[in-house]
Design a protein around this ligand. Structure first.
Ligand code: PRX
Length: 638
């Protein structure tokens, strides 16, 4: 068995797809090695050069302050605002009338905004927030469907120097309430609902329940999207369109001058403990990192129509629907709903309709569309596409080849980008000129030195599995965990403190050509359909049900989702498991955390494998479920 696997990986490693002559001719970067070498030898010089592509109110005096590791700072002394770069500066150029956003709603409605129009919407809403007394130092929570107002709200916050915390619209009550409270938000921006597979996701009801649990909210702004009946609390809840028609919503608003290191946003992500971590990103370094990676990795040209089919509520959307593309003056496309609604050709139809040139999506979406067969995409003219991208989890070679052949018609390189909420932008990724191997994220982006090591920090041999670390800081790196710097140090920097390396939490291997193959998480983080969840969050949701006394959650491979959640529960004394209770527990987790966290299975058990110190040995549960060897059980309690 082991030897077959090994042969398989050897075969994979030798399957190479070379870029076409056209792709090479068009590319900004025609030679990787020499630029990479230079970016490592003079990292600060490389990043300073990239930062020159942005507009600064006042230029930085120091590129990198590494005097207090791991708390790195970039572009010290620089004054700027990411919105000045994403909007204001384009208004003095011909781009003023270029489309910034194209948006299609799930029911088929359509809106588009030039940079001029985008500025108007953002400025008006920024003035409204100012009039509410929102100011620098505040964090506004945004809980929205994928509609243009989500982008306006984020940009309006950044424009007036207020931080945003976007909570993914698929999250439920508990997740939203917890995030509002951690950020001490006084303002919540939400909508009546959003469309998903022809149904209304009733966001306002979830928000109402969350606001009851998190009393910090004083004002709730509600965008009317779906027109369903919602409860509006007098004095607290206001319709967005009412506010936007007030005289105070003037279309002229000064952009706040920010320090490079001032807070831009926090974005919560799952880790190994129950509490989500609010990753902190700042104006300067994040702006430089997202715009540089977007432009060079996807070879962004003025005439491109860029579609990052992620939700803006995740880092992918923050960095590559909103900030990176707008800083580069691109036209960015956003779609509200499900990929297969009303039919499995929805995406292909939109690519044809809008002339999308670059599609960036996840393996789970590709697998989901692949299963409907080739007939759906082949009905459409996809000739406009020139580059394709993937993110979120390792892409299985079968999905890679389908994407390459059927969607890319063997002409489009597949850019498999490895990165994390914490990294702000792409870390390991091919460029369009890179010879590709299906399933490998290939080589590090400029400025990044990575290694695959054992737990002592020694590099593992070619082909061996080890821990992926990043050896040096980069401008997009999250500065800390909001209100919890100790945890930041502990999670990412403690294990390789001596070396000063960042621990990614992923395992990987490197092949003889220096290509990196990501294997998956080494901690208790689960990726379901590319969404990141912590086993501990799911377990606490289960335990919050009155019938449950203890719970464990693990991830098992799943054809479509990549991984699916399987859970084990010990019921309170005197209770018996039943089909109804199983359903009820699934519903409960879904209600607390959101539908993505719904367990695939709930098994009622008498006991859970634990270490003597009481930690659940999820590895043992997993091995048992897969029928694998349970490994070393010496720490298992009798
Ligand atoms: O395990 C890796 C996986 O997603 C994790 C980061 O999740 P999140 O912070 O939600 O960010 C997702 C979007 C950037 C990583 O630790 N991952 C992300 N991209 C890839 C990947 N695994 C393999 N290949 C990728 N291209």
């Amino acid at each position: 068995m082991a030897s077959t696997d090994k042969n398989k990986s050897v075969n994979l490693e030798s399957e190479i797809f070379n870029p076409s002559k056209e792709i090479i001719e068009q590319a900004y970067i025609k030679q990787y090695e020499s630029i990479y070498k230079r970016s490592i030898e003079d990292r600060e010089g490389f990043w300073a050069e990239q930062a020159e592509n942005l507009e600064w109110y006042k230029k930085w005096t120091t590129v990198l302050d590494d005097s207090k590791p791991p708390f790195y700072k970039w572009f010290i002394g620089g004054k700027m605002n990411i919105v000045h770069n994403a909007i204001d500066r384009h208004l003095n150029t011909w781009r003023k009338n270029k489309l910034a956003f194209i948006w299609e709603g799930e029911p088929g409605d359509f809106r588009s905004f030039s940079y001029h129009a985008l500025n108007r919407e953002v400025s008006k809403f920024a003035n409204i927030m100012k009039s509410m007394g929102v100011k620098k130092g505040d964090i506004v929570t945004i809980y929205m469907p994928q509609i243009p107002e989500l982008a306006f709200a984020m940009l309006a916050c950044a424009k007036i120097g207020v931080a945003h915390s976007v909570v993914y619209g698929g999250f439920s009550v508990e997740a939203l309430a917890e995030r509002i409270m951690d950020a001490d938000s006084r303002v919540l921006i939400t909508a009546d609902g959003g469309w998903r597979r022809g149904k209304i996701i009733d966001l306002k009801s979830i928000a109402n329940e969350a606001m009851m649990r998190s009393p910090t909210i004083e004002v709730c702004v509600v965008v009317k999207r779906t027109g369903n009946e919602v409860y509006m609390e007098t004095g607290r809840d206001f319709w967005y369109h009412d506010l936007m028609s007030l005289p105070v919503a003037s279309p002229v608003c000064e952009t706040e001058v920010m320090d490079s290191e001032d807070l831009l946003f926090i974005l919560y992500t799952s880790g190994t403990t129950g509490r989500p971590k609010g990753m902190v990103h700042t104006h300067g370094g994040y702006a430089v990192y997202t715009s540089t990676t977007h432009k060079l990795v996807f070879d962004i040209k003025e005439e491109d129509r860029w579609w990052c089919a992620a939700d803006p509520g995740w880092i992918t959307g923050h960095s590559y629907i909103i900030y990176g593309p707008l800083i580069n003056g691109s036209t960015t496309f956003m779609y509200e709903g499900a990929p297969n609604h009303p039919f499995p050709n929805r995406w292909w139809q939109m690519i044809e309709k809008y002339g999308i040139t670059i599609l960036y999506t996840s393996p789970t979406a590709i697998r989901g569309l692949m299963r409907f067969g080739d007939a759906w995409p082949s009905r459409h003219n996809l000739e406009s596409l020139r580059i394709l991208g993937s993110v979120g989890e390792p892409i299985n070679p079968e999905a890679w080849r389908w994407y390459y052949k059927i969607i890319g018609r063997e002409k489009c390189p597949i850019i498999d980008t490895w990165w994390q909420t914490e990294t702000g932008g792409f870390m390991i990724t091919p460029l369009p000129i890179t010879p590709l191997k299906p399933g490998s994220a290939t080589r590090p982006f400029f400025g990044n030195e990575v290694a695959i090591v054992d737990n002592k920090g020694k590099e593992v041999a070619v082909g061996e599995e080890g821990m992926l670390v990043i050896k040096s800081p980069w401008p997009g790196l999250a500065r800390t965990i909001y209100k919890d710097s100790d945890r930041y140090r502990e999670i990412y920097w403690k294990d390789f403190k001596k070396h000063g390396w960042y621990k990614t939490g992923d395992s990987a291997r490197i092949d003889k050509d220096g290509y990196i193959w990501i294997i998956g998480r080494i901690d208790d983080v689960i990726k379901v359909s590319g969404y990141r969840l912590g086993t501990a969050e799911i377990e606490s949701a289960l335990v919050s049900h009155p019938a449950v006394s203890e719970a464990a959650a693990i991830a098992l491979p799943h054809d479509l989702k990549g991984h699916a959640i399987h859970s084990y529960v010990i019921l309170r004394a005197g209770l018996d498991g039943s089909k109804e209770l199983e359903e009820d527990l699934k519903r409960h987790v879904s209600h607390e955390l959101g539908p993505i966290a719904r367990p695939e299975t709930v098994d009622f058990v008498e006991s859970l494998p634990k270490t003597r110190s009481g930690k659940i040995m999820r590895r043992v549960l997993k091995a048992r479920a897969l029928g694998h060897d349970e490994g070393d059980l010496t720490t298992l309690e009798e």
